[in-house]
Design a protein around this ligand. Structure first.
Ligand code: SF4
Length: 429
């Protein structure tokens, strides 16, 4: 018997048939799900966006999984989610179309954020500073947890799939703590106490572009499945042309024992990567140092997350007409840069916790907290000439209103860039 991690890959035109095939390739639903069990489904429903945006897991993919799981005669199937910080889970369920589908299927939607019955779980060998994590008892006591991510490009993590989706099992307080330190390590800690036993990935209309806030869906028509969250994410990247050497959390996940990253240790069943290959447009991966010659960008040693955020923010400055106005500023990300003393402090933006050390020589530079920081923090800091990091009341009073204000121009900018890209790469659309 192969010791490799098995990943089922199916490309087709019928969601139900494709989901059933994925379950069959992994051994059949009767072997995967115990009769009479409680099954929790964890989709990505973190933002109140409709299905056509590909921000949340497509309700039709969830429906297909529910119908498949019902064949194993479980006692109960529940859809569980804790939406992003500041978002209302119930609203997310409704706007994403998941609530309506769940009602039609006779399945409950469960808002983890509203549950007061929590257990404080110790994290053995924790990697962030989360030595304990509060999780809902109901989730922890379920017999099965099926992770249902949607495949998308992701601003602060480069890419979002199975590993990232489990972040949505914690309430806002823990979620906030995770963002105030190394998010990758914190994600690994959550996985170590709350493992999904199966991952089914919605790659039907994967989100390319500047996702999650400005996704550009593509017709990718795939469903993936695996018990191994690292292996499924790796295959998802391979099949969409994402260069995984730029994704820092894969190595950490493999070291944490969550699964296999190396393709030598993964067996793809169903269709081949070559048969399904559909490259996605992810415009924030690549060399950062020379992309914005009007700025002094220093990003030696920056993680993939901060590099991606840097790219998004520089493009967002262009979209809102602030790029030329602020030319000449020095933007620093990562811990391995030289920041000469003769650069005036008011011309320097330090992006992320690991740049705090440059404050020694530049005490009045703008220093943005976070590891990585909040998505729009950099462009808002440059634009407003004040440090914006989402701490205190800034999230509600500045970040959200500014994002809402700038959304139309940013959307036009992104969709125009996507149109140009997909015109040159018609095989990707
Ligand atoms: S703040 Fe530093 S350590 Fe944290 S993600 Fe950014 S570059 Fe990496």
């Amino acid at each position: 018997m192969s010791s490799k991690s098995k990943v089922a890959l199916v490309k087709g035109a019928d969601i139900q048939e494709d989901v059933t095939r994925v379950f069959d390739l992994l051994g059949g639903v009767q072997n995967l799900i115990q009769k009479g069990s409680v099954v929790m489904l964890k989709p990505n429903a973190g933002h109140a966006e409709p299905p056509e945006t590909s921000v949340c897991t497509n309700p039709e993919v969830i429906r297909a999984v529910i119908r498949e799981v019902k064949k194993a005669e479980p006692k109960e199937i529940v859809i569980a989610e804790a939406a992003a910080i500041g978002c209302d889970t119930v609203e997310c369920f409704e706007v994403s179309g998941i609530a309506k589908m769940a009602e039609e299927e006779g399945v409950e939607c469960y808002d983890i954020k509203r549950d007061k019955d929590l257990v404080n779980v110790a994290v053995r060998g924790y990697r962030s500073n989360l030595d304990h994590i509060k999780l809902p008892r109901r989730l922890m006591e379920a017999d099965h947890l099926i992770n249902l991510p949607i495949l998308k490009a992701h601003a602060s993590m480069v890419f979002s799939g199975a590993l990232k989706n489990i972040k949505g099992v914690v309430q806002d307080k823990v979620h906030m703590q995770m963002h105030q330190q190394n998010l990758t390590m914190a994600m690994m800690d959550v996985w170590s106490v709350c493992r999904a036993d199966l991952n089914i990935m919605d790659a039907y209309r994967a989100a390319s572009g500047y996702s999650p806030h400005m996704p550009v869906p593509i017709e990718s028509n795939m469903i993936l499945g695996s018990k191994d969250p690292v292996a499924i994410d790796r295959v998802a990247c391979e099949v969409t042309g994402i260069d995984t050497s730029g994704v820092s959390y894969f190595t950490v996940a493999e070291e944490a024992g969550l699964g296999s990253y190396s393709m030598d240790q993964i067996e793809v069943v169903g269709q081949t990567i070559e048969e399904c290959f559909k490259p996605m447009w992810i415009p924030y991966i690549g060399d950062m140092s020379k992309r914005w010659p009007e700025y002094d960008v220093r990003c030696d040693g920056a993680c993939s997350s901060c590099q991606a955020l840097l790219a998004i923010n520089m493009e967002e400055l262009k979209a809102v007409g602030e790029y030329d106005k602020n030319a000449g500023m020095t933007i620093v990300a990562g811990p391995k840069n030289e920041v000469p003393k003769d650069i005036p402090d008011e011309k320097i933006v330090l992006h992320g916790n690991c740049t705090k050390k440059y404050l020694k020589d530049h005490p009045n530079a703008y220093w943005i907290l976070g590891c990585p920081p909040n998505e729009p923090a950099l462009y808002l800091t440059v634009q407003r000439k004040e440090t914006i990091n989402g701490m205190g009341d800034q999230e509600d009073e500045i970040i959200r209103p500014c994002m809402k204000r700038d959304e139309p121009v940013w959307r036009d900018y992104v969709f125009k860039a996507a149109e140009e890209y997909y015109k040159e790469h018609p095989e990707s659309k």
